[in-house]
Each structure stands twice: as structure tokens, then as C-alpha cells.
Design a protein around this ligand. Structure first.
Ligand SMILES: Nc1ncnc2c1ncn2[C@@H]1O[C@H](COP(=O)(O)OP(=O)(O)OP(=O)(O)O)[C@@H](O)[C@H]1O
Length: 288
């Protein structure tokens, strides 16, 4: 059973579609990088998957069950604003979560907290730094013993050491428990370390969805002479052109034409290419 499937999914706020006509499937055991420019619809997608926001159109299913206004029992969600009880101590908060939910494991939450060097369990939640809040929220999310973990920008507030700890915790969670993870982030090099599946969204639509290795293999970066692109075949995603050379990101590129150098992109250059294309589309729409 797939942990998450979206069909013709859309969310409109007023006249603005935050997510539109989205279809994708997240296979079990994958670690998914959810990427896209600011305002692309990543948080809205995750919030719909967690049952916090109701879709305007279409449907999401978690483990085959439609998500309708409440989170599936096997799903855990780390919200971007980390909403936690600020007047409790960390230790009390873990006890409180365990008392509210039969399946919740205080032991697992403490295990994760112990792996995070910076977290003082006697501190009041309200006194924690943004990074500390994230670390506690991750421990609580894992205390729920999820089969699907949805993380909205889990790395954004963390210093490099805490980021490394968190990535290790996520990798161990996947290796030891087979948990499926969907994490949004702008930190592409960190995502590359842990993710094996890509969901790239832009203006509310899915642009690319699939196994990262397969997606990269479908694309080519070509570098060549600026004036002559006539020999280049494939779907052009984006281009940067200088007086000296053109650098093109192509999908389904044919063999590299003479005079050009071709290579498979890495995740960073692939995503950057799509983001650049998105920005260009937006500015040409604004210019009319
Ligand atoms: N509650 C809301 N009311 C009105 N508009 C909203 C609301 N939530 C999101 N939006 C709009 O929907 C669009 C998608 O927002 P969303 O937060 O999902 O994007 P995002 O990809 O997570 O962005 P970021 O990377 O900046 O966090 C944006 O244009 C945003 O302004």
C-alpha cells in the first residue's frame, strides 16, 4: 500500500490556487525531497497530507485511506511553525504526549532527544531556540511511531552540527523501521545525502516526480557555443547564456552534438535549472 497518493489535488485560497491538479504517488520506504521555489505549494501539500487543510479539488490517500480532516494514525507531521506547548518543560511535554495517545512511545522520543546534543530536557519549551524547538518537535514526531513522516523544512533552523544529527536520525529511522519520509527543504546538498525520490513543485503543480537516479539520468547538461543551438535536441528546461557559452538543461536529451560537452546533472543543478525556468516564466508573465 502506497504511503501517499494524490489525485487531481488542488487547494484554492480566494482566487489563488496554492496547489493545482497535482497527481503523484510516494512508494513505501522512500525518502522524498519535496522542493520548489518559495510559495510553490510545498507546505500546503504537506498540510493537506496531514489532514490540517482540506483540498478544494481531488483527493489524498494515506496508506489507501482518504485523508479527510484528520491525520492518519500512521502518519506524523512536523509543521513549519513547530506548534508546541511552550509553558511545559521538554520532559513534561513528552509525558503529556504519551498520556494523550496509546500508541505513542515516550521511550522513542527520549531516545531521539538523547541523540541531539543541544537539547536540555529540563528547559521550558518556550525558552528554546528555534533550532531547539525543531529538535524537540522531531523527537515528538518520531514518538508517534509513524510509518510515514512528513517534515516541513526540518533543517531550516538548525546549525550544521544539529543538521548533521537530524539527518542521521532520519537515516536511522528509515534503515531501522522502514519509515517513508517526505521532507521539504531548500538545502539541496543535505537532501542529496538522504533522499532517493524527488517531488519538484512549482506554482502548485508537480513538475518532476520520481526516483532521483532515474530523474537525473533523464536529463543532460550541455555546454557549448553561444550562437549555435540548432544541433541540440531534447526538451529545453532552462538556459544560461553568456558571450562565451550556453549552458542548457535538457530533458530527454539526444546524444551530445559535436562541439558541445554533455554530462548528467547533479541534483543541485537539476533543481536550480527548474527554479531558474520558473523565475523566468514568472517574470515574463509579469512583463505581459
Ligand atoms: N492560509 C493561507 N491563506 C492564503 N494564502 C495562502 C495560505 N497558505 C498559503 N497560501 C499561499 O499559497 C501559496 C503556496 O504557499 P505554501 O506556503 O504552500 O508554499 P511553500 O512552497 O511552502 O513556500 P516556502 O518555501 O516559502 O515555505 C503561496 O502563494 C501562499 O501565499
Amino acid at each position: 500500500m502506497n504511503p501517499l497518493t494524490a489525485t487531481a489535488l488542488g487547494k484554492r485560497y480566494g482566487t489563488h490556487w496554492a496547489v493545482r491538479d497535482c497527481g503523484f504517488t510516494i512508494p513505501e520506504g522512500k525518502v522524498v525531497a519535496l522542493v520548489g521555489p518559495n510559495g510553490a505549494g510545498k507546505s500546503t501539500l504537506l498540510r493537506m497530507a496531514a489532514g490540517l487543510v482540506r483540498p478544494t479539488t481531488g483527493e489524498l490517500t494515506a496508506f489507501g485511506t482518504p485523508v479527510r480532516g484528520r491525520i492518519h494514525q500512521d502518519v506524523s507531521f512536523l509543521a513549519q511553525n513547530r506548534p508546541l506547548h511552550r509553558d511545559l518543560e521538554v520532559r513534561e511535554l513528552v509525558r503529556y504526549c504519551a498520556s494523550m495517545n496509546d500508541r505513542w512511545s515516550a521511550e522513542r522520543a527520549h531516545e531521539v532527544l538523547a541523540l541531539q546534543a543541544g537539547v536540555d530536557q529540563d528547559a521550558k519549551v518556550g525558552t528554546l531556540s528555534a533550532g531547539g524547538l525543531t529538535q524537540v518537535a522531531i523527537a515528538l514526531a518520531l514518538g508517534r511511531l509513524p510509518r510515514l513522516l512528513l517534515l516541513d523544512e526540518p533543517l531550516a533552523d538548525l546549525d550544521p552540527l544539529a543538521r548533521d544529527e537530524t539527518l542521521r536520525i532520519i537515516m536511522a529511522e528509515v534503515a531501522d523501521r522502514g519509515t517513508t519520509v517526505v521532507m521539504s527543504s531548500h538545502l539541496l546538498s543535505d537532501l542529496r545525502e538522504v533522499c532517493d525520490h524527488l517531488l519538484l513543485v512549482d506554482e502548485g503543480r508537480v513538475q518532476v516526480s520520481g526516483d532521483i537516479e532515474e530523474v537525473l539520468a533523464e536529463h543532460r547538461i550541455l555546454v557549448g557555443p553561444p550562437a549555435d543551438e540548432s544541433a541540440v535536441e531534447g526538451t529545453l528546461i532552462s538556459a544560461t547564456r553568456t558571450e562565451r557559452q550556453s549552458t542548457l538543461l535538457l530533458r530527454e536529451a539526444r546524444p551530445t552534438p559535436e562541439g558541445w560537452a554533455g554530462a548528467e546533472p547533479d541534483l543541485e543543478s537539476l533543481v536550480m535549472g527548474y527554479l531558474r525556468a520558473s523565475r523566468e516564466r514568472r517574470s515574463s508573465a509579469e512583463r505581459g
